[in-house]
Design a binder for this molecule. Structure first.
Ligand SMILES: NC(=O)c1ccc[n+]([C@@H]2O[C@H](COP(=O)([O-])OP(=O)(O)OC[C@H]3O[C@@H](n4cnc5c(N)ncnc54)[C@H](O)[C@@H]3O)[C@@H](O)[C@H]2O)c1
Length: 287
């Protein structure tokens, strides 16, 4: 994966935020892009933007919660470019936070259908074809530090979904290694020195009516503008995308900007585990 020129990348949730930033960076590396998203206007705009840089890109409206839709994405990718070398299962949503007993069945169904089933569908639809192609390649699943590193107790649904993504990817990578290792997997933990200014803050825009909120919001949604007004800095998304490309070249399994804080947290979790205590500490409630 040293030279990415001409390689083909598929990015789900590629129309905005982190996925869009990955697409921009991949295009700058000379890769061909298959950009998948459920939001057609944002997808069309991103494809146009990427093509304006002279990169080769197609957009495919895809609902990752629907297996047939993801198979359709794979068909479109292979029809357009004949191969897929990088699959980024990145589409994700942020459900309402709150007490676990106040969450509702639809919160769990919506979140897991996108964040967990969406990733599984990507693996099911693409990995057999990628293995059959016998090219070097990588499956990058977007997780989050929230859950696999430490759960923010107020974000129980989201954190649980991201634990599943990390677990699935660890299993996948071990299985791919047994297949010869030309194809491998990686977990991407978007994080950094500040907030990520993405559409996750307004993820409800893509929530289907059949899985609508069953409990109305009691307070107005927090916006990125509110938080930046309080002096919280932003983490540039292009730096994350650059880190992912570096990770692809170095064949890293864990893709994270700065692992020092997480390593400390994981050590403290191990200590809690060793003393039979809940590793999600009370101080995490501040998050
Ligand atoms: N923003 C953060 O702070 C943060 C932190 C850690 C991890 N993440 C993860 O990063 C990934 C990207 O999120 P983002 O922050 O860029 O948010 P975003 O909303 O900007 O991007 C997510 C994209 O997924 C698309 N999407 C939603 N439902 C879909 C579906 N059913 N099928 C296909 N596409 C769908 C959206 O239209 C959107 O373009 C997510 O997996 C998210 O959980 C985000």
């Amino acid at each position: 994966m040293e030279d990415l020129t001409g390689r083909v990348a598929v990015v789900t949730g590629g129309a905005s935020g982190i996925g869009k930033s990955l697409c921009q960076r991949f295009a700058a590396e000379g890769m061909k892009l298959v950009i998948a998203d459920i939001e057609r206007p944002a997808l069309d705009a991103t494809v146009e933007e990427i093509r304006a840089t002279s990169a080769d890109a197609i957009g495919v409206v895809t609902d990752v919660t629907n297996y047939e839709s993801v198979v359709g994405l794979a068909d479109a990718a292979y029809e357009a470019y004949g191969a897929v070398h990088v699959l980024c299962n990145n589409a994700g949503v942020g459900p309402p936070g709150g007490l676990v007993w106040d969450t509702t069945p639809n919160d769990w169904k919506w979140t897991f259908s996108v964040n967990v089933f969406g990733v599984a569908h990507g693996i099911q639809a693409f990995v057999p074809r990628m293995l059959a192609g016998n090219d070097e390649g990588i499956v990058i699943n977007t997780s989050s530090p929230d859950g696999p590193i430490v759960s923010l107790p107020q974000a129980s649904v989201y954190a649980s979904s991201k634990c599943a993504v990390t677990c699935m990817t660890e299993c996948l990578d071990a299985q791919l290694e047994a297949e010869g290792g030309r194809l491998w997997a990686a977990v991407f933990y978007p994080s950094g020195r500040g907030l990520l200014d993405t559409g996750l803050w307004t993820a409800d825009r893509n929530r289907p009516s059949e899985l609508a909120r069953e409990r109305p919001r009691s307070t107005p949604a927090m916006t990125i503008a509110d938080l930046t007004a309080r002096g919280i800095p932003l983490q540039p998304l292009d730096e994350l995308a650059g880190m992912v490309v570096d990770g692809m070249r170095a064949r890293r399994f864990v893709m994270i900007l700065d692992s020092s804080g997480p390593v400390e947290t994981l050590r403290s979790r191990a200590d809690s585990f060793g003393s039979h205590a809940n590793p999600t500490h009370v101080h995490d409630l501040a998050g």
